[in-house]
Design a protein around this ligand. Structure first.
Ligand SMILES: *Cc1c(COP(=O)(O)O)cnc(C)c1O
Length: 431
């Protein structure tokens, strides 16, 4: 017993746990984290890490925020959970009210689930059944070729065909892929969508608005997305904005869709929704989508739900996070981080090892000139380790390094992150 408890978390973990996106045979021992505060994570061996990637893009107010902790504690004492079919509760109602007040104005209904992938599954099922319920079934879905919408089968189907999806490819439904309309490719993408429309039978278009995260923080302009949305609206195609990553201030606005003139029919949220504290997903819809499910015929019901749908603790967490998010301090912090990023970016321009430096709001991405852009690129492992050795968590996407910090990250901490990024440039130049 004694030896068991003196073993590190990392080695106990290594005996019995299977980690996500990890080749367990070659992976280094995981880093045991015992405490979090602000943008810092404290490891069991005494090391302190700066979380420059918001723990996979979720943490927005920093770790273990006392205000959120307090609200969670209150909620758990009041009501922990109740089934959500036939029952409701205050946190779910209040959260729906507050979300609808900040989401695009055409959004009228909130459907809860557990995470980003389920929010996407719900959106796809809503869109498909919408046409079914209307008596005009449509089959095709349009998505961006390099997109990422999650790891469940529906979400994988509308995501890029890559090394991640390769073993499952024969089980994924067919999707009509558009190139990502990065600057210079707009006309090509417009002609691609026209070709798809000629085939007819298109139910929905799902997209990551303005910023494709997993693709490598790839960015494109609002104008072309507005054009695509307009074409879809004219052709009776349901538009689905996957704001799982872009939501809650990442792009400089509350939601990326605020940069657009046209509003999507369905919107998916998760990640920052609870401040990155609890797992919760939201799929919002217009009144028109919702009304297609109202019927005397029970077969037109939306038959979807999860055990933990609208968990009260998760909803209370999201409410607490929204309190912080809508506060002027958080808005100032987002602006401050954007400005710091921009300053750092201007210092980097013309660096020989940089192919491109991109920024949207609080997200900064630097693409290195190392040729290959695969996730398995060995540069990736070197850069990741270099950052860790310097007490900063930065997880490169192939030869792209990005900074997406919690909004409470101070200027001194940002400087530390930028210092590590600069060190990476030297490292690559020497390779
Ligand atoms: C992370 C992500 C998802 C999946 O969310 P999970 O909670 O990890 O299932 C879906 N869409 C986008 C754009 C994401 O970044």
């Amino acid at each position: 017993m004694e030896t068991f408890f003196t073993m590190s978390l990392a080695s106990r973990d290594h005996e019995i746990i299977w980690h996500p996106y990890t080749q367990m045979q070659t992976a280094a021992l995981p880093i045991g984290i015992v405490r979090g505060e602000g943008s810092l994570l404290y490891a069991e061996d005494g090391a302190v890490y700066l979380d420059a990637v918001s723990s996979w893009w979720v943490t927005i107010h920093g770790h273990s925020h006392p205000y959120i902790a307090e609200k969670v504690a209150q909620q758990i004492k009041e009501l922990d959970h109740v089934l959500f079919a036939g029952f409701t509760h205050r946190p779910a109602v209040e959260l729906a009210e507050r979300l609808l007040s900040i989401l695009p104005h055409n959004q009228k209904r909130i459907f809860y689930s557990d995470n980003g992938s389920t929010a996407v599954e719900v959106a796809l099922k809503m869109a498909i059944q919408f046409w079914e319920n209307r008596g005009t079934p449509k089959r095709r879905i349009i998505a961006f070729r390099d997109s990422y919408h999650g790891d469940t089968f529906g979400a994988m189907s509308v995501s890029s065909r890559s090394a991640f999806t390769q073993p499952f490819v024969q089980y994924l439904f067919e999707v009509e892929f558009l190139d990502v309309p990065v600057p210079g490719k707009e006309q090509l993408v417009l002609s691609q969508i026209q070709e798809i429309l000629k085939k007819g039978d298109v139910a929905a278009f799902i997209f990551e608005p303005l910023l494709l995260g997993t693709a490598g923080m790839v960015m494109y302009e609002p104008a072309i997305l507005d054009d695509l949305l307009e074409i879809c609206q004219q052709s009776n195609i349901i538009t689905i904005a996957d704001e799982v990553m872009t939501g809650f201030g990442r792009t400089g606005k509350n939601f990326a869709t605020e940069f657009l003139k046209n509003q999507p029919d369905i919107l998916c949220l998760s990640k920052g929704l609870t401040g990155g504290v609890m797992a919760l997903g939201v799929t919002s819809s217009t009144a028109a989508i919702y009304e297609a499910f109202l019927s005397d015929n029970p077969a037109k019901t939306f038959f979807h739900g999860h055990s933990f749908t609208a968990n009260p603790i998760a909803c209370a967490t999201a409410l607490a996070s929204l309190d912080l998010f809508t506060d002027v301090i958080c808005q100032e912090n987002r602006l401050r981080i954007s400005q710091q990023h921009a300053q750092f970016r201007s210092k980097l321009s013309n660096h020989p090892t940089i192919k491109e430096c991109r920024q949207l709001g609080t997200v900064l991405a630097i693409e290195f000139n190392t040729g290959e852009t695969s996730y398995f690129n060995n540069v990736r492992q070197k850069l990741y380790q270099f950052a860790l050795d310097n007490n900063v968590i930065l997880r490169p996407l192939g030869n792209i390094i990005y900074v997406m910090p919690p909004y409470c990250t101070t200027n001194e901490q940002l400087a530390q992150i930028y210092g590590v990024v600069t060190g990476m440039l030297t490292l690559i130049a020497e390779n």
